[in-house]
Design a protein around this ligand. Sequence first.
Ligand SMILES: *[C@@H]1O[C@H](CO)[C@@H](O)[C@H](O)[C@H]1NC(C)=O
Ligand SMILES: *[C@@H]1O[C@H](CO)[C@@H](O)[C@H](O)[C@H]1NC(C)=O
Ligand SMILES: *[C@@H]1O[C@H](CO)[C@@H](O)[C@H](O)[C@H]1NC(C)=O
Ligand SMILES: *[C@@H]1O[C@H](CO)[C@@H](O)[C@H](O)[C@H]1NC(C)=O
Length: 635
Amino acid sequence: MKVLSCFFFCLNNFYVKCSPNTESEMNVVGDVIRAMEKPSTVVATLCWLTDEKLQFYYAVTTGKMFQRASTAQFVDMNHVKEDHGQDQDIVFVADLSCPNISTYFDKKSAENYFRSPFRWILIGNPIQDGEDIVPNAIAHVDLLPDSLVIVVCQVREHSYDLYTIYKISSGGKWCPKLYGKWDKETRFVIADPYMESIALQRQDLLGFEISICYVLTDNDSINHLTDEVNDHIDTITKVNFPTTNHLLDIVNASRKYIFADTWGYRVNGTWNGMTGYLIREEVEIGGSPMFFTSERISVVDYIASPTPTRSKFVFQQPKLSYENNLFLLSFRTSVWYSSTALIFLLLLALFVVTIWEWKKHVKDEQRTGDAGTLRANIVDVTILICGAICQQGSPVELKGSLGRVVMLILFLALMFLYTSYSANIVALLQSSSTRIRNLDDLLHSRLKFGVHDTVFNRYYFSTATEPVRKAIYERKVAPPGVTPRFISMEEGVKTMRKGLFAFHMETGVGYKFVGKYFNEGEKCGLQEIQYLQVIDPWLAVRKHTPYKEMFKIGLKRIQEHGLQSRENHLLYEKRPKCSGRESNFVSVSMVDCYPALLILSYGALVSLSFLAFELLVHQRQTIIHRITHCSGNTF
Ligand SMILES: *[C@@H]1O[C@H](CO)[C@@H](O)[C@H](O)[C@H]1NC(C)=O
Ligand SMILES: *[C@@H]1O[C@H](CO)[C@@H](O)[C@H](O)[C@H]1NC(C)=O
Ligand SMILES: *[C@@H]1O[C@H](CO)[C@@H](O)[C@H](O)[C@H]1NC(C)=O
Ligand SMILES: *[C@@H]1O[C@H](CO)[C@@H](O)[C@H](O)[C@H]1NC(C)=O
C-alpha cells in the first residue's frame, strides 16, 4: 500500500531531478542485489525525497525474474517491528547519512537482525579520509561472522568500493574484506567471482577461544580421553573428543574444555548438565552428542549426527519350548484333525471287516480256538489301533486277505505319520522362539530384565509415560521393594549369555563384550528391541551461535574425510555376524520334555490307581465267593 501511494504521489513530481550521488547509489544497490541472484525483498531506510525513493524502487525491482528484488518497502526509522516476509529474502538497505541512524542500528541489533540469513547494504557513507572503512554509526554494533553487511564506500564520483565487515567475536577487531567495485562504465564487478559461502571465507577465527563441553560420567575418564583405556566407559565422549578437536583446528580456534557429569535434563524448570551450559551461553559446542528430544530442540541447535548408536534391549531368543508345547506344535491343527479322522476311519473299517470275517467263518472250530485272531470286539480293535499308533505292533491279526489289506494300510499310514512327527520334534528342539518381537511381547515373556547403569537410562526409564514402557519399568526393571536392576555392562552381558535375560545397553559398546564372552554359535540368536523413543544422538551447539555454519561445514568435512568413521570403528562394534549356527548343538533339557514327562507320570498314577481298584474288586469277589461258599456249606 505504502509503495503504491508513493508511486502515485511521485508520478506528479517526476520532473524533480535527483542528486547525482543518490542516483549512482541506487544503481549500486540494484546491481548488487541482481548480482546476488537470490529472491530479495528490499527493506529500505532512506532519508530521501519521495521521487528519489520512487527511482530507487525502479532501480532495485527491474531486471530479470529471480534476479531483481520482488518488492521494496520504505520504513521509517522509528518504526519498530514489521513483518517483512521470509527471513532469507530480506535485504536491509540503510542510508548512513540519515540523522540518528545509529539508534536504528541499535534497535535492529537488539532485535537480532544482524545475523544470517539477513543481508544488509549500507549506503551514503560519507567519504572518509583514512582507511577507516567501518562507518562510525555502526562501529559499536557487534557484527559477528554470520552477518552479511556490505558497506558502499565512495572513492570518486561514480566510483564505489564495496566491503563486507564483521568481527570474529563480540568486542573483537573489525575484519573488512573487499566485496566488489562499482563504476559507472563497468557497473558492478564482484571481487571474487568464485566466492564461497560467507562461513567458509571467515573460517579462520585467528585463535579465538571457543569453549566446548563434554560429558564424563566417570571421574577417571578425564585421564583416558584418547588412550583407549576403559573405552566402554563414556564411549560417546571418547569417540567425539578427537573429532571435535579437529573441528576447532579447522576453524583455527583455541579451546577451553568444560566437563559436565550429565547431558542435561530439565529439573524444576532449569536445565542442568551440558544442556544447561549451552543455554546459559557458557559454551558454544556440546562436544558429546546427545539425544534429539523435542524438549531440547527449542533450547539448543542440533548440527550433525556423528555417531550412529542406539540403546536397545538385547537378549538371546529363548528356546521354543519355553513358550510352547513342542509335542503339539509339530503338526498344524488341521493335520491333527485329519490324522484323528483317518485313524477313526481305519478303526471303523477294521471293525467292519472283523465282524464280516467272523460271520463268514462262524463254523470254523480251529479259528475260534486261535488266540492270534482278532475278535470282533470294539475294545480289541481299539487296542490294536493304539499299538499301531505307538509303533508297537499287535499280537492279534486278521487272517483273511481283506483284513490283511486293511491292516497293511493302517500300519503303513501310521508309520509315515510317526516319522514325520518325530522329525518335526527334532527340528523344533533346535529352533528358537521368534515370538518376542516388540516391547509388549517382552513385557509378557518370562525373561528377566537388566538395564545398563547410565545417566540417561536412569532418566528415560524412570520418566517413561507410554503404558507398555512404564509397565516394563515398574514391573520388570524396578519392581517395588527390590533394588532397581541397573547393572554394569560386564555383568549384564554375562547374565545375558546364560539366557532368559534381556539387557538394555548401548549396542555399539555392548557388542564388544558380546564378542568377548559369547561363543560363535551363541551370537546367532541375539535379538534387539528398542525401548527409548529417541533417534541417534546429535551434536548440539548454542542457539544463535554465530559460528554454527562453520561448525556444520567442518563436521561435514570431518565425516567426508573418514575421520569420524575411523573413531567410530575404533570404539564401536557392529552387531556380530552369525557364522557358526550349524556347529551349535542345542542339548535337550528338562523344559523340552516337560509335557512328555507330565503324560508319563500321569499315566503311571492312573495305572497305579487302576491296579488298586482291581485289587479291591478282586478282594471283594474273593470275600463274596467265600461267603456264598460258606453259606452253601451251612445250608
Ligand atoms: C535523535 O536522537 C535524539 C536523542 O535520542 C533526539 O533528541 C532527536 O530528536 C533525534 N532526532 C531525530 C531527527 O529523530
Ligand atoms: C591461526 O591463528 C593464529 C593466531 O592464533 C594465526 O597466527 C595463524 O595465522 C592462523 N592460522 C591460519 C592457517 O590462518
Ligand atoms: C567424582 O568427583 C566428585 C567431585 O570431585 C565427587 O563428589 C564424586 O564422589 C566422585 N565420584 C567418584 C565415583 O569417584
Ligand atoms: C525440585 O522441587 C522440589 C519441590 O519444590 C524439591 O523438593 C526438589 O528437591 C527440587 N529438586 C531439585 C533437583 O532441585
